[in-house]
Design a protein around this ligand. Structure first.
Ligand SMILES: [Zn+2]
Ligand SMILES: [Zn+2]
Length: 333
């Protein structure tokens, strides 16, 4: 595929898309029916359909009996940790293998022309971004994801929270299911904005930001507090009357879905003609510039409203530079 038909490459070899990401269309033209059709297809396919498929697999084959989950125990907690760990190994590992180790598409559609393995650095364990990020995913990211999952399931098993049935509340639960990406974005923006406050940044979030040029293993390479807050998006379903299937889907959107922002490529070529959109550009820019794009795709465009939206355009760059200059002047005075 020719990546220069839809983007440009600078002197360093870094590729960027010519068409800049936009906030969800309905904030500008809510009544354009034609756009709703395409939007809803993209909303579901392929990523959220994938998360739902994984969720149904867990629901039918992985989760222990609800009777068992009434009591907290290492047995089923370690079982869930093992499954989450294996699932992530298969998903992240296969993307890493094909696009970073075998480099099947070279640097086509790659935002940063360098691969992390070419850039050893002292900020990482063993000077290697890959080893560091991999170990942190398994020692912290997936551990605290599983902890959140165990607590959530235990609350449902004991009926400490509302558990609505699909047969009695089909409309509300369907609406809630469709709202999960919106909940994800609001939750992510809020906790992410908080851990960018200098004190928390230094203590917590700097671990994740060591990867300026993120790759799949960077996704869950987080400080324990960050991964607990990030996967804690599930608490929304303990407060709002919900159903554990939707809560589990919400959790997988966070855990498995963390990959999206860190793929490093705008498109993953599947064949000579077809490619999968990664939706990674906005979060790639966050790793590059730090103080922009705290949220996700702009479904609820909090960055846009708070002035931290960066779509890669010259205008957005100028706005960010102006903000930095003001900040520096403020700190100096
Ligand atoms: Zn990130
Ligand atoms: Zn950040």
């Amino acid at each position: 595929m020719d990546d220069l038909t839809s983007g440009t490459r600078n002197k360093r070899g870094d590729w960027s898309p010519s068409h800049h990401p936009e906030i969800a269309f309905y904030w500008k033209t809510p009544f354009e029916l034609r756009k709703w059709g395409k939007f809803l297809i993209d909303y579901v396919w392929p990523w959220n359909a994938f998360h739902m498929a994984i969720t149904l697999l867990y629901w039918h084959y992985i989760l222990p009996d609800w009777e068992v989950m009434k009591t907290l125990s290492w047995d089923w907690a370690l079982w869930l940790y093992a499954v989450n760990g294996l699932g992530i190994f298969l998903l992240y590992g296969s993307i890493e293998l094909v696009y970073y180790v075998k480099r099947r598409q070279g640097t086509r559609f790659k935002y940063n022309a360098k691969f992390p393995s070419e850039q050893p650095s002292d900020v990482f364990w063993f000077k290697s971004q890959n080893i560091d990020n991999f170990l942190r995913s398994y020692l912290s990211g997936i551990v605290f994801w599983t902890l959140v999952e165990v607590l959530m399931l235990w609350c449902y098993a004991n009926h400490y929270v509302y558990w609505l049935n699909w047969s009695e509340h089909p409309v509300w639960l369907t609406l809630l299911l469709f709202a999960t990406p919106l909940i994800h974005e609001v939750n992510f923006f809020v906790i992410h904005r908080v851990i960018h406050i200098p004190f928390f940044y230094k203590w917590i979030h700097s671990v994740h930001h060591n990867s300026i040029n993120p790759s799949p293993w960077s996704s869950l390479s987080m400080h324990p507090v960050e991964t607990f807050l990030y996967h804690g998006v599930v608490w929304w379903h303990l407060v709002l009357p919900s159903n554990p299937l939707i809560a589990l889907f919400q959790l997988h959107m966070a855990g498995y879905g963390a990959l999206n922002g860190h793929i490093g490529f705008d498109k993953l070529e599947l064949s000579d003609e077809t490619a999968l959109d990664s939706h990674a550009y906005l979060h790639y820019l966050h790793h590059k510039y730090f103080e922009v794009n705290y949220g996700a795709d702009g479904l609820i465009p909090l960055d846009y409203w708070f002035g931290t939206w960066h779509d890669g355009s010259k205008e957005a760059q100028a706005k960010m530079d102006e903000r930095y200059a003001k900040k520096v002047a403020r700190l100096n005075s």
